[in-house]
Design a protein around this ligand. Sequence first.
Ligand code: IVH
Length: 669
Amino acid sequence: MSALLPVEQRIHQLRTAVTAYADQYHTHDAPQITDGAYDLLFRELQDLEAQHPGLVTLDSPTQRVGGAILEGFEPAPHDRPMLSLKDAMDNTDAMAFVTGAAAGLGVDTEALELTGELKYDGLALAASYVGGVLVRAATRGDGITGENVTSQARTIRNLPLRLPMPIDLEVRGEVVMRKNDFELVNKQLLSRGEKPLANTRNGAAGSMRQLDPKITASRRLSFYAYGASELNGETPFNATTQWDLIQALLNLGFSIAPETAVVRGWDGVQSFFERVGEGRAALPYDIDGVVFKVNTLQGQQDLGWTNRTPRFAIAYKYPAEEAISTVRDIVVQIGRTGAATPVAKIDPVRVGGVMVSSASLHNADQVHAKGVKFGSTVIVRRAGDVVPEICGVVPSAADETLRCFVMPLHCPSCDSRLERQPGMVGSYCPGGLKCPAQKLAKLCHFASKLGMNIDGLGDKSITALIEAELISMPSDLFSLQAPDVASLPGFARVSAAKLTKSIAAAMRPELARFIYSLGIEGVGEATSKALAKQFGAWSRFRVATYDELIQTPDVGPDTTANIQRFFADECLGLEADSLAAITSPQDSLKTTGSNLSGKVFVLTGTFPTLSREQAKALVEDAGGKVSGSVSSKTSFVVAGDSAGSKLEAAQNLGIPVWNESMLLAALAS
Ligand code: IVH
């Protein structure tokens, strides 16, 4: 059993396992084990290292949590300057680069091979490895001398601390804060009453420049590599192209965007730029453009450098997702759940490719935390289809004299007194479906694309239907008659018939869609899917207890409480029942495998990473039972090294035999 292994051996075993699991999680986005199982292994390693400080090494995954606080950053001179790229702001600039590079190399424009890479929007970092171990990490600084941020860099979870081979190498790339980590970090900062980060770039840069590496560790940074050279200045791995170099970095364990590709000529450049642009909002991190580099390293050398930028590469930029504007007014909007959201009315500005004149401020706490006032100069952000938001203030001397925002006491739509529920952020209008603003927002949400997807039912037609008193809640839609609709402003006979037809087509919705369309706070697309999967039928979801709801993956106490509050509200609960009776949501097939409930396990032999006790705890946490002997009731036998009679019994009885990784995979699914 593992407890009998000598300490060094166990530490080594744990380090290898933790590093591999973390690598699968952070670098390959493919978790192999649950967070709980990972934490168990990590904590065991931490405890063993605490008991045996002499056995701690620089490349141990425990070193990622951040060491001692620094007094200042040491200068870190660069062997080769860290320069920047020339920008192409439109297709004329980009075309000029492609034709210029092709001409410089004496090849046809259409034959020129380039790599298409993402232009990660963060902070440049040069990471030096000696004998395969990370020994120094430096920021760009002025390009000649950077700052030594080695302790901070060690906390970046997907930056290898040790390479699989003992080489001397400098890897350059970008430190970024992924979008979901940014949300998480900002939630934590706001809950502590601290100023939120304005954007992911500031998040990455600000977090790397923390003298206390523990703060950097809490910021959940990531690293994406885009170049490398041997410390003696040579090209590593005898690579002859940028593509080879990137593949080599990938093999060494560095993260590289999977979009990276080799493209040919102007057509290739343009289609890569467009394809990545279309997927930009869905990427896990912010990018501000794509980078094209002449693929052959010989070609790169032939084209060479100006004094500031390489001639062989270009940064082809997308329209900025952020812009600066001025707050003219702050109004309060009431959403479908009654949430009162302060919205800034700003001087119209072009951002993310469209004109924006209002932007969300989320809640009163954020208005104050960000320091937004009437007249503030603000950073406005619009990424993809996401509602534009104010992410921060550009400080000015006039700020002191500006008027502050005060949350009104009453709902601007129904005049109910706004409430603040304990433990919840923001104010709510308790008016429910009696509040006109909530009624409209609920109906719009119900009919929306991700909801019941009722074609031709947008906010204008819903407003007309409400004003004509034809509808007041979603269930009324199903008794609409085409002739009544036809007489309304904005409708005619054909459009009215079309609308009633698309309402009829919304019958028998998928359960997930139906749950989403109810507009329960915190129950978005992903949560609705998870709930549909967990309960399988509306009738089961409708009566689910707190304990049952909270077992749904990714459903926490807040969402569980929201669901229960929703059904406990007489009006909302009754309306949900009517809607279910009218539309008959389809049952969704319950897939097994998300947990081990009802399964009986027998554990035998020595497992490669888990101790028997750890494995037992994990099975039981996932709802399974662990039994000491094999019988016809046994669902699975998990066998490690030197498994004996129990393994034999399982084989005789035809019971499936798993190894440790199969168990971990089942726990993670
Ligand atoms: S190559 C000579 N490739 O963009 C410069 N840079 O202005 C070599 N960046 O600060 C850089 N993604 O940190 C390169 N795929 C990529 C990049 C990238 C982001 C950053 C880099 C630099 C800035 C260039």
